[in-house]
Design a protein around this ligand. Sequence first.
Ligand SMILES: Nc1nc2c(ncn2[C@@H]2O[C@H](COP(=O)(O)OP(=O)(O)OP(=O)(O)O)[C@@H](O)[C@H]2O)c(=O)[nH]1
Ligand SMILES: [K+]
Ligand SMILES: [Mg+2]
Length: 441
Amino acid sequence: MTTIFALSSGAVPAGVAVFRLSGSKALEIAGQIVESPPKPRMASLRYLKDPRNGDVIDQVLILTFPGPSSFTGEDCVELHCHGGRAVVSAVIELLSSFEDCRLAEAGEFSRRAFENGKMDLMEVEGLADLIHAETDQQRRQAIRQASGHHREQLGSWRDTLLYGRSMIEAELDFADEEDVPGSVSDVIWPKISALKSEMEQHLSQARSGERVREGLQVVLVGHPNAGKSSLLNWFAKRDVAIVTEEAGTTRDLLEVHLDIEGYPVVLVDTAGLRDAENLVEKEGIRRALDRSRVADLLIEIVDSSQTVDRVVVESEADRLVLFNKEDRVGSERNLSNLKEGSFSVSIKHETGMQDFYDSFVKHIEKSFMGAENVLITQKRQADALALCVDYVEKALIYSDLPIEIRSEFLRMAGEELGKITGQIDVEEMLGVIFSQFCVGK
Ligand SMILES: Nc1nc2c(ncn2[C@@H]2O[C@H](COP(=O)(O)OP(=O)(O)OP(=O)(O)O)[C@@H](O)[C@H]2O)c(=O)[nH]1
Ligand SMILES: [K+]
Ligand SMILES: [Mg+2]
């Protein structure tokens, strides 16, 4: 396998730049660029030299990780250089000069780790999420997945499916023999049925996992000039959106990513809703309605100095309502008829905002409840699990079909389960049959 290398640390210039090498030539290359090879896994201070002319390039820390005890499972080397541009270019040039050694492609280290059995697919995905995590909750979910938190659960589901098939196999193989009970396989169906419920429960939580990855979608809606963009700017603490007194200012969807008590929230500003003639505005309104439909939470803003009419938006999401511009309404406004989830505020003058914010945070926390322990965090995983449940269901309901076919459904279910971690169900029927029955005569 070609030896690959990459600058694994961030943008230069920086204090330190970390290069990582992986492949069959990694240790040999290390032996040529530093004088005395370091002990495995021991950080050693060395001069980095170009063997072509003896030039000293930098003074570095070098670590070697002989395979298979390394990230990729191959021989790996880490070079901690000084993070200047010239140093980094010189190291890239030097490493590229070795035969069979090249810059890695995106994700190639993780791919090798997966192929060498160091990580399963879910762990790889967890690691990618960890690198992209922006909030504390995202980090927690990602590190849990990257460290294989799912293994036990998926393993036990897989075992149950295998056990079911083994029992069916046993019944088919030994059906003629008198001392094997007639419908041994019958005992498996209650277990398979329980398995199905358990999987379904995890599937129903998949949305929570996705929410943590992608952020809770909160969409601001209302009539033109109600104060939607003002609210977006208030949350973002900067002038993200254009605010003017002209109705119909906002047309495009405008997103900001917020960290609310560690939870990721995507706040979306939209075009004010009205019967628009203008083509651009019409398209903006169409997008606003589209996005509202898939929102997790709507915040409706009403200019209460003009109207108390509400906008019509098709959405199943919870809704908080802000009656804005209370500064213009004066003290005669009767606040007693404000319903739960409604607030009288002035966004511009920042009055009444604390009550609204507290309620907003409560909603966010509620939306993420139970997200600490979700197993499934991505659509890819959810799709495979849904197919698995489908096959299990077929095995359960088609009780009139020959048992071989029901067993085949269980096998296909196992295959889908295997796709979640990237380990495809091989034909391993284990010794389950023989540990369950005394058939050794
Ligand atoms: N008096 C008063 N004016 C406000 C308040 N909040 C916002 N405004 C003003 O109302 C006008 C419209 O605000 P925007 O935030 O642009 O409203 P919008 O809903 O985004 O409007 P469109 O994008 O056109 O749909 C601006 O002139 C704001 O300064 C408030 O609490 N009191
Ligand atoms: K406006
Ligand atoms: Mg606006």
